[in-house]
Design a protein around this ligand. Sequence first.
Ligand code: GLU
Length: 503
Amino acid sequence: MWVKVLGRTFIQPRYTLYRSIKTIAPRVRFAPSPTGYLHLGGLRTALYNYLYTKSRRGVFILRIEDTDQARKVDGSVEGLINDLEWAGIECDEGPGRGGIYGPYVQSERLNVYQEHIKKLLDNGSAYRCFCTERRLNILRRDAVKHQRLPKYDNKCCSLSKEDIDAKMKAGIAYCVRFKLSSDCMSFEDMIFGGIAYDVSRVEGDPVLMKSDGYPTYHFANVVDDHLMQVTHVLRGVEWQISTTKHLLIYKAFGWSPPQFGHLPLVVNSDGTKLSKRQSDVKVEDYRSKGIYPLALVNYITLSGGGFDHVVGEGVRLKTMEELASEFQIQKISSHPSRLNPDLLEECNRLEIKRHLKDDKLTKALICEVQRLVAQKYPKETLNISEEHIKSVLEWSTSRISRINDLISPKLSFLWILPSNKLDINRKLFEKLVNDLEGLQKFEHDTIKDNLRSFSDKNDVKFPVLMKMLRSALSGLNEGPSVAEMMQLLGKCQSLERIKAVLR
Ligand code: GLU
């Protein structure tokens, strides 16, 4: 059978070697490198691991892969943990959490890797390489010049024991490389199906242990997945190309590998790559812009697949428990997951609605609005009573998707007095005040009917009257309808504002 792997076609052997048969509860891990913030793709990986294991009463491990010390960014581990917790993803084992397979930070496990590299050196699967950076650079440049694939020529693989001993005695720095065999390894990807790849065709023997005593990603990843008894590896598709190399390392140790599933790329709605320059890549940005965790999590599952559900009018968000019980890994498509930002707004709107159905959550929402309003209008705030905010919130669910929208200039009239000088027909306005004062039910429909008959009776065009009123009430040229504004402001405040233009 022929299979396609990242654009290349290979023959897949009839039998998949080293396929693990595990019936026990899964142990999965999210293994980020602390090189910055948690981005949407990372959150999707963490989430799908979490959902997969939660529905099977398994264990979710957080492992920090910080073997590339040069790329480590201070504070990013704390940031990652924070963002995961915010999203509702709690780890069962991990840094700060403990667990019997720890430590869970790779830089704290260097002795483990030393011990294991020795095993591969002893059984002949790995060798010491004394090549200098200069020689490797020359090899690379030469390959580029002759339009060949740059790969290490495996020179040190054939060093004699005497050569090695002499170089070590002389204190020459070395790294440890893995002896790649030309086996075409294959595996059954939980998402992509059969994958086969012969790494040795495109790579020289890869480094497992660097000369500074730190392992490379590939080595540490395999050793830790094995020692931490990981049963399923769900990770981004960018790692799929490395999996057959990992399988060779498992084989060299004589270990049986976990099952692998690679999640497709998360892309923009037009199929383009998410870019760090676009603001909506960082989970932290979604948080600070008023997106709720459950909304973000549902949004990810909508584009990422793995479910039957849809979101739309009248549909509610799924809780984490529901998502876990409904998650079906076989439903994830291998095509890139396209984000649809409209769905994010819809999810967030649904989350605001859910908050408003629960007293405790409504109270928290009100406090949040009070804080935002006080921050935005520190001096001039007019009315931030709980009652006012609650009615504003109820009105707003069909119009806004983020609480921050309530303090946008368009809705400033809700919180502060307009500061505009109006050229109005005084007589007409005095009459209008009188008319409105007599209105018993100060609600949208009655206000609207009343204004319409007022305009008829007084021979003033309805749109002209509305324009004047809108300006008196809000100082704006556009926004919600005048009747809506009045209902939101209440009788007293509406009349107050209309009277103010008469003074
Ligand atoms: N440290 C890798 C990353 O940051 C983990 C890849 C894997 O899950 O094996 O993506």
